[in-house]
Design a protein around this ligand. Sequence first.
Ligand SMILES: [Zn+2]
Length: 281
Amino acid sequence: MDDFTVGRTLVLAPGVRRVVAPNGGPLTGPGTNSYVLGNGRRVVLDPGPADPAHLERLAGACEGRCEFIMVSHTHPDHSPGAAPLAAALGVPLVGLPPPETGPQDRSFRPERVPADGEVFAFDGFELVAVHTPGHASNHVCWLLRPLDWLFTGDHLMGGSTVVIAPPDGNMNAYLASLQRLKSLPIARLAPGHGPVLEDPVAVVDAVIAHRLRREARVVDALAAAAQPATADDLVARVYADTPVALHPLARLSLQAHLEKLVEDGRAVSTAEGRYRLRQAG
Ligand SMILES: [Zn+2]
């Protein structure tokens, strides 16, 4: 299951094919996972970047029987291929429209905007929309029944921590969306980057615990600061275990932690981008 060779269409389960886009990098791992689902009529999930060769491969994997193109969210590594692929195949786009802030693919204009829990039936399968804001406010995970695989987009990744970048990203929303997954019947997680993950509840619990440990470090760093601090002031201390080259990205999630502490009533913002712990009593 762990062949991430660009250009190879890998069958992960009956009716589940993965095609890795040629956009590997620090944020995308081996590249965006595009999925082609179904044996007869098919669905493309997250076409990825608008790379002609990649879109050609996705069209080929559909064998002329594509029904819908769905996306998890509209970050530039997930959806820019959707509009050209939809035009080539003559099928509708399904997903939540791009939000106003953050790096978004504005070419994504869905014909169908899935309600939370909405079911799309095709070829003996059902795809259920699970709204999961946090990494992006328009993020949707897709539950494929009856296999019970959850296609997680960037809500969960194999092998790395998801960046939560305010203002579109929100840490409280992210943690609530993670908690919510634990109430769903999920057999496996198929992320937008990296390998299929077994034991979904253990994966979700580990990610929540990791985020809360990081939050505790943010609280410690705020307590140690002589005056109200910015994310830039805190990043070296809070992410001392993370390579310095990744600190600019880590700083985004650190900002999300600071905003969560304010939402939770544990910290206050004293000026634009400056935070201190709320005094006890
Ligand atoms: Zn993303």
